[in-house]
Design a protein around this ligand. Structure first.
Ligand code: NAD
Length: 487
């Protein structure tokens, strides 16, 4: 259902990469679809001295509209205003407040404010403080703050950041982005699990043998080298996206499809992550770095990367969620850069039949796959009879493509998340307690690695990671279902 919203967006970091690539196109799509009509305005702020006209041109370019949409683009961009602003300068906030008040009246917005912090987290506390002290927050409408990742670099820094924001904004008004939660196929996990008795009944340690989550990227560090060098794959991908997917896969059934009930069960699942001892970390987690191969240079040869960098660009691990339904089910995860293909996918492998009446024919394993990217689809491997004389079994796919049934193409994650935040629905944003439990789990791994002096494993660009990642599963008599490009 499309409900028209009134809001003033103030985007800190309005000239940045994220704003241009994701935020402006997402807002435009909401405009096209009628979520935003006349009663909205956007203030972009950053240090550069841009004019409104130049800013509007940047916004129009960012949208990449063609044909009939071009007319809409100009009207849409006319709602955008630019304010040169150094976030550390108190006086600039007074100018910002005056502009915000003027636009609020001009567009009859009614005091609803959406503060988007699309810049380095080290500024979040300062911005939050000034928004309050310089009265940019209003009493008339809502005041919501949307925050980008990374939310801290360990539990301690995340807690500090949370307190710095929490002093001025209550948890209900803090929307922490994990853009994976805005992806259509990630949201499909709850639909599949709790909308089908078939899966509800099977979704537990009696029937599930193991779960595999792969978030692979074919690109290297690109422009984000400076940040990546201090983060690594564990902080960049596991603490947030992978553990969020784990929580959706293993949470208990919520009492209702509501923000409070879903978040409660996700928090409980993350709290149930088994904490490893340093010995267990060594046994169950693998880290590695890409090396030159297939015409692509290695991580240490990338610009802005130290020659002796020990930052991991790949992580694989085996983890457990020790709640009633999942205790004992290994969850294998892996993520990395410069792998053979960009793919986000979940494979749920079911246990074998207790007896095989077709022996000596072998029964293929039942596997449910939720493909998040590049192609959104769900498929299930089941055993069926081969057509023809005799009785031979074959492993076949039941496929479901959500886009092939006449449904529209997937909305971008940022578009969905903006729409949710405008509606005040934080279901698909991460609650502080989820962040806290995730960091506590990740910190144990990081601490162990930081104390180890052993050499990092390497993997060639274009592969699916180091051999140690395959061995992690072979040890348990398993293998990765997804084998890369030719799978
Ligand atoms: P960026 O470097 O392109 O942009 C940073 C913005 O902050 C610029 O507009 C810059 O002018 C502004 N800025 C910096 N210092 C300032 C100051 N003192 N006062 C006012 N403005 C100042 O960064 P980005 O890639 O757009 O990322 C922004 C945030 O979003 C970061 O925290 C990043 O980790 C996060 N993020 C980015 C992406 C992405 O795809 N770019 C993805 C996920 C998360």
């Amino acid at each position: 259902m499309v409900t028209e919203q009134r809001a003033l967006f103030i985007i800190f970091g309005g000239t940045g990469d994220l704003a241009k690539r994701k935020l402006y196109p997402a807002l435009f799509n909401l405009y096209r679809k009628g979520f935003l009509k006349e009663n909205f305005a956007v203030i972009g702020t950053a240090r550069r001295p841009w004019t409104d006209e130049h800013f509007q041109e940047v916004v129009r370019d960012a949208i990449h509209a063609e044909g009939a949409l071009l007319k809409d683009t100009s009207r849409f961009a006319s709602h955008f205003y630019y304010q040169s602003h150094n976030v550390n300068d108190t006086e600039h906030y007074t100018t910002l407040r005056n502009l915000a008040e003027k636009l609020d009246q001009k567009y009859e917005i009614g005091g609803n404010r959406m503060f988007y912090l699309a810049m380095s987290p080290r500024f979040f506390g300062t911005i939050a403080k000034h928004l309050k002290s310089q009265k940019i927050v209003t009493a008339a409408g809502y005041n919501r703050v949307i925050i980008e990742k990374p939310f801290g670099r360990d539990f301690a820094s995340a807690e500090e950041l949370n307190e710095a924001i929490g002093r001025y904004f209550p948890e209900k008004d803090v929307f922490r982005i994990d853009h994976y939660l805005g992806k259509e196929m990630v949201q499909n996990i709850l639909a599949v699990r709790f909308g089908n008795n078939l899966f509800r009944a099977l979704w537990n340690n009696r029937y599930i043998d193991n779960i595999q989550i792969t978030l692979s990227e074919s690109l290297g560090v690109e422009e984000r080298a400076g940040y990546y060098e201090t983060a690594g794959a564990l902080r960049d991908m596991v603490q947030n996206h992978i553990l969020q997917i784990v929580s959706l896969l293993t949470m208990n059934m919520p009492a209702s499809y509501s923000e409070t009930d879903i978040r409660r069960e996700k928090i409980y699942a993350l709290k149930s992550l088994r904490k490893y001892t340093p010995e267990e970390v060594e046994k169950n987690f693998v880290r590695a770095q890409y090396k030159a191969a297939n015409g692509q240079r290695g991580y240490r040869e990338e610009e802005k990367i130290a020659d002796d960098s020990s930052t991991e660009t790949f992580v694989a691990g085996k983890l457990f969620v020790d709640n009633e339904n999942f205790s004992g089910v290994p969850i294998y995860i892996r993520t990395g850069k410069r792998l053979s293909q960009k793919t986000s996918r979940i494979d749920i492998a079911f246990k074998a039949m207790p007896t095989n009446i077709f022996a000596p024919q072998r029964l293929g394993q039942n596997v449910l796959t939720i493909n998040i990217e590049p192609e959104g689809k769900i498929f299930m491997q089941i055993n069926v009879k081969k057509i023809g004389q005799g009785f031979t079994l074959k492993n076949s796919h039941l496929d479901f493509f959500p886009t092939s049934n006449g449904e529209s193409t997937f909305p971008e994650a940022y578009e969905k998340l903006f729409a949710d935040a405008l509606a005040g629905d934080a279901t698909n944003f991460t609650h502080w307690e989820e962040v806290a439990h995730s960091w506590k789990f990740v910190d144990t791994i990081r601490d162990t690695w930081d104390k180890q002096n052993d050499v990092l494993e390497e993997y060639p660009c274009g592969s699916m990671g180091p051999q140690a990642s395959d061995k992690l599963l072979e040890r348990d008599g398993c293998k990765w279902f997804y084998q890369g490009k030719n799978n």
